[in-house]
Design a protein around this ligand. Structure first.
Ligand code: F3S
Length: 410
């Protein structure tokens, strides 16, 4: 490959990976089974154009490759207010990705679409919430792939380094959670737990004891939050995640570097930190679906909105991927959500959309005019404060829906 036997694009891609491996002392390259690829977003200058040019050079992916989120809902960009020029530019990546043989999923939760790499398999992924899920919950092995994901998709290789190696998957910090289960029975509570632990552990490997996540989405929210306040790439929950049947196994038989106790007060502090909207004040945006919601979550929202109406002046986005939205249409969930005046958004989310203040500035768009956003996701709450410049509240899904229907955060 390096000698160009498979063409210059493959040779170049492998050369980048060899350089990466050499820089980090990798012994060799390994075969990967799957890639989750960064959807080049139109909000980054030149990103789409570069992807289109790259695809024209003839690169083809060798392993199943899904794509991450875009800045627009490509099926109906006007619904989210995405300017036509930006949406048209963004749409060009579809052709580029198709030419390269990628699967146009455009989501941060490809695992919900059945992309579940086998335990122990090497993969290359972007999107911190997906990466931490692949590593921790599925036991696949990936680093934060970044732009090198492209070269892995083209070559089917990645250097044996980082979280691909056994040693780096050993737990480092133990977190003993003393929170009554009834306070860990909602999605947002798992986000709060992850946000608290991530802020302490940074980029290390937490081992979380004393908890029993009963829902897939709780693990998703936990991981996304760990990767937001920290840069966690792998966590273990003894008895739950596959590399930690016991605490001892999670630490590979060694003692933890640090031990922390987690109490309800710690979770309360996260809610306090991520909630800057005073109770009783007006709300003009509600967001659910960070990471992208699954079908059951859409069903729940549809049922709670049935026969209700979101008032004028409140935007309510429920974000998911395009396949789940299509599936939800069959069941009437999208229709129920949208009959209430909310929007079932695919491919994107507020954080990744044209609403970023920097994007508005660069493209001469009107600022998004969001004052106060309520969400059930710690990741969303953390990022929109800075990127969209609004006040935020982290709360449970029922309170989010109540806020959307009343226009008030109660
Ligand atoms: Fe997904 Fe956007 Fe959240 S990409 S993880 S919904 S910030």
């Amino acid at each position: 490959m390096l000698d160009g036997a498979e063409g210059p694009v493959v040779a170049e891609a492998l050369d980048y990976l060899v350089q990466l491996g050499e820089a980090f002392g990798a012994e060799r390259l390994v075969d990967i089974t799957y890639c989750h690829y960064p959807a080049e977003m139109a909000i980054y200058e030149g990103s789409v154009e570069e992807a289109v040019a790259y695809s024209a050079r003839g690169g083809r992916v060798r392993v199943p490759t899904t794509t991450s989120t875009l800045c627009a809902d490509l099926e109906r960009p006007a619904s989210t207010g995405c300017p036509a020029a930006l949406a048209t530019l963004q749409a060009q990546v579809e052709g580029a990705h198709r030419r390269m043989g990628m699967l146009e999923t455009y989501t941060c939760t490809p695992q919900l679409l059945g992309f579940v790499p086998p335990f122990g398999s090497y993969i290359a992924s972007v999107e911190s919430s997906a990466i931490v899920y692949f590593n921790s919950v599925l036991g696949a092995r990936t680093n934060r792939g970044g732009l090198f994901t492209r070269y892995s998709a083209i070559t089917g290789k990645y250097p044996l380094m980082g979280y691909l190696l056994d040693d780096n998957r050993r737990g480092t910090h133990r977190f003993d959670v003393h929170v009554p289960p009834k306070h860990l029975a909602t999605y947002d509570a798992w986000c709060a737990l992850g946000f608290h632990i991530g802020a302490i552990v940074g980029g290390a490997v937490p081992v979380i004891t004393g908890v029993r996540p009963d829902r897939q989405e709780w693990l998703l929210g936990l991981g996304a939050a760990l990767a937001t306040s920290g840069s966690v790439t792998l966590f273990h929950i003894p008895g739950v995640t596959p590399e930690a049947r016991t605490v001892d196994e999670a630490f590979h038989g060694q003692p933890p570097q640090e031990v922390h106790e987690v109490t309800l007060q710690d979770l309360d502090a996260v809610y306090e930190r991520l909630t800057t909207i005073p109770r009783g004040s007006a709300v003009d945006f509600v967001t659910l679906g960070c990471p992208h919601y699954n079908l059951a979550q859409l069903k729940n929202v549809a049922e709670k909105l049935a026969g209700r109406r979101v008032p004028e002046g409140v935007r309510f986005w429920v974000c998911t991927n395009r396949m789940t939205r299509r599936q939800a249409e069959y069941s009437g969930y999208v229709q129920a959500i949208e009959a209430a005046g909310a929007l079932c958004v695919a491919d994107t989310c507020p954080v990744e959309s044209h609403m970023r203040l920097s994007t508005c500035r660069e493209h001469g768009l009107r600022a998004p005019n969001v004052e106060a956003m309520v969400t059930d996701s710690a990741k969303m709450a953390r990022y929109v404060g800075d990127l969209i410049g609004c006040q935020t509240a982290l709360t449970d899904v029922d309170s989010c829906i109540r806020a959307a229907l009343s226009g008030v955060f109660s």
